[in-house]
Ligand binder design. Structure first.
Ligand code: ADP
Ligand code: MG
Length: 439
C-alpha cells in the first residue's frame, strides 16, 4: 500500500480505533489526537496535554501501535507528544462535542424496526409523564437504545427540564459510594428531585439486591410524583429482575422494542451518517456496506468510517471494491459481523465442558473461572462489544473484571501452549482468525 502522510494514516487509525474502544473512551482520549510525523519507523502522535499522553501511554499504547502497524508496516513504534497547537478536529468529526450531545431525534433514522420506540421516546420528551410512564426501551446491542435516551435528554435540557441521564452502572456506583460515605440522603435528593430520570442499560442492576431495592424506591417516588422515567435494557423487564414488584412496575407503561434494521434501513442509516459528516459516498458503497453488516448499527457506522478513512489514505475514490478491501484489511472487522456473544459463549462452553449458564454464573472453581476468562477474551477479540457490554453479557460483571480477564488470558496464551491450542481450536470452530489481544 502506498503510504500517505502521518495525518492521513492517523485518520485511518482513528477510524479503526473507534471500533475497538468504547465511544466515551474514544471521545475522551482519542478524538483530539493528531498524526504529527512518521519517520524512520517512529510514528509521533500529537495529544492535547500530559494527562492524555500518560493515559494513552499506559493504557492504550499496544492497541494503538498494533493498529498503526496494521496500516503501515512491522516494526513501527509510536510515541506521544504534547501538541500546543489548537486541536484540529479530525475531518468531519467534531472535536469538542461531549458524549451524547450529538444524538438527537433529528439524526435518528426511523424505520419499521424502531418506529414505536422512536415515537414513544419523542412523546416522553415532549410531554413527560403523560403518555407512557415508565417507558421501557428494549433491544440488542448497537441498535440505538442509548441514542434515543440521549435524544430525550438533549430535548429535555433544551426545555430546561431537570433531567438525569445515568447508566445503571453509574447509578450503582453512586449508590454504593453514598452508602459508604453515609450520604444516602444526598443520593436520594439527587435522584428524586428531577422531572425525568433516564437510565441506560438497567439490566446492570440485576441481582444486585440493594441497588435494586434503592431503584425500586426511587422509581416509586418519581412515579407517584408524576415524573417521567425512561429505561433501556437488552432484556425484557421479567428477565431484568427477579423482584416481581419491580419488574411489574417496569411494565406499567410501555415496553417498546427495537429490532435489527432491515437492509433498506441500513442503507438509509449509512446515508444519513455520511451526510451528517459531510461525506459524499456512492450509493453502491452504502449498499455494499449494508450487505456486509447485518445486525449492529454501531458496527455499520464503524465500517463506514473505516472505508472513508481508507479511501482518503490511498487518495482514491471510494468504490465498493475499495470498501471491501478496507474491511478485509482489518483483523477483527470481517468476522465481527457474524459472531454473536451467544455463539462465542456456546463455543467456549463446549470446549471447556461447562454450560453457557455457568460461564455467566458465579461458580468460582478454577476450571469455570478460566473458561469464563477465555470467553471474555474472545468476546473482546471477536466482537465490537465494549468492555461494559461484555461485562453485561457475562452476567453483570463490571468492566474492570473484563479488562483483567483479557490481560490475563493474553499473558497465559504466551506462556501456556495447551491453552493456546485450545483457544485456537475455539477460534477455528468459530471461523475467526487468531490475532493478538487488542488490550
Ligand atoms: P445501543 O445503546 O442500543 O447499544 P446505541 O444507541 O449506542 O446502541 O447505537 C449505536 C450506534 O448506532 C450509535 O452511534 C447510534 O447513533 C447509531 N444508531 C443506532 N440506531 C440508529 C438510527 N436508527 N439512526 C441513526 N443512527 C443510529
Ligand atoms: Mg447503549
Amino acid at each position: 500500500m502506498e503510504l500517505g502522510s502521518a495525518r492521513d494514516i492517523w485518520e485511518a487509525v482513528l477510524g479503526e480505533l473507534q471500533l475497538q474502544v468504547t465511544r466515551s473512551n474514544y471521545r475522551t482520549w482519542l478524538a483530539q489526537t493528531t498524526g504529527l510525523s512518521y519517520l524512520d519507523n517512529q510514528f509521533v502522535i500529537g495529544v492535547p496535554n500530559a494527562f492524555v499522553a500518560e493515559y494513552l501511554e499506559t493504557n492504550q499504547r499496544s492497541l494503538i501501535e498494533k493498529t498503526v502497524i496494521s496500516l503501515t508496516r512491522e516494526g513501527v513504534s509510536v510515541s506521544f507528544r504534547i501538541n500546543d497547537a489548537p486541536p484540529r478536529p479530525a475531518s468531519g468529526r467534531p472535536a469538542a462535542v461531549t458524549e451524547g450531545q450529538r444524538y438527537s431525534f433529528d439524526n435518528f433514522v426511523v424505520a419499521g424496526n424502531n418506529r414505536l420506540a422512536y415515537a414513544a421516546a419523542l412523546a416522553a420528551a415532549e410531554d413527560p409523564a403523560t403518555a407512557y410512564n415508565p417507558l421501557f426501551i428494549v433491544g440488542g446491542v448497537g441498535l440505538g437504545k442509548s441514542h434515543l435516551l440521549h435524544a430525550i435528554h438533549n430535548l429535555a435540557l433544551a426545555y430546561h427540564r431537570r433531567t438525569i441521564f445515568v447508566s445503571a452502572e453509574q447509578y450503582t456506583n453512586d449508590f454504593v459510594s453514598a452508602l459508604r460515605s453515609r450520604s444516602t440522603e444526598e443520593f436520594r435528593e439527587k435522584y428524586r428531585n428531577v422531572d425525568m430520570l433516564l437510565m441506560d442499560d438497567i439490566q446492570f442492576i440485576a441481582g444486585k439486591a440493594q441497588t435494586e431495592e434503592s431503584f425500586f424506591h426511587t422509581f416509586n417516588e418519581l412515579h407517584n410524583a408524576n415524573r417521567q422515567i425512561v429505561v433501556t435494557s437488552n432484556r425484557l423487564p421479567r428477565q431484568v429482575t427477579e423482584k416481581d414488584e419491580l419488574s411489574s412496575r417496569l411494565e406499567w407503561g410501555l415496553v417498546a422494542s427495537i429490532q435489527p434494521p432491515d437492509y433498506e434501513s441500513r442503507v438509509a442509516i449509512l446515508k444519513a451518517k455520511a451526510d451528517a459528516e459531510g461525506e459524499t459516498v456512492a450509493r453502491e458503497v452504502l449498499e455494499y456496506l449494508a450487505q456486509q453488516v447485518q445486525s449492529n448499527i454501531r458496527e455499520l457506522e464503524g465500517c463506514l468510517h473505516r472505508a472513508i478513512a481508507y479511501a482518503r489514505l490511498l487518495g482514491s475514490l471510494l468504490t465498493p471494491e475499495l470498501a471491501a478491501r478496507s474491511l478485509e484489511d482489518i483483523s477483527a472487522g470481517k468476522t465481527a459481523g457474524s459472531l454473536t456473544p451467544d455463539l462465542i459463549l456456546e463455543a467456549v462452553a463446549v470446549s471447556f465442558n461447562v454450560s453457557a449458564e455457568e460461564l455467566r454464573g458465579r461458580r468460582r472453581d478454577r476450571a469455570t473461572a478460566l473458561a469464563r476468562q477465555v470467553a471474555m477474551y474472545l468476546l473482546k477479540e471477536a466482537t465490537v462489544c465494549s468492555l461494559a457490554e461484555i461485562g453485561l453479557e457475562m452476567g453483570n460483571r463490571d468492566h474492570s473484571t473484563v479488562i483483567h480477564a483479557c490481560r490475563k488470558i493474553a499473558l497465559d496464551l504466551e506462556n501456556d501452549p495447551r491453552l493456546k491450542r485450545q483457544v485456537a481450536d475455539i477460534q477455528a470452530s468459530l471461523g475467526t482468525r487468531s490475532t493478538p489481544a487488542a488490550i
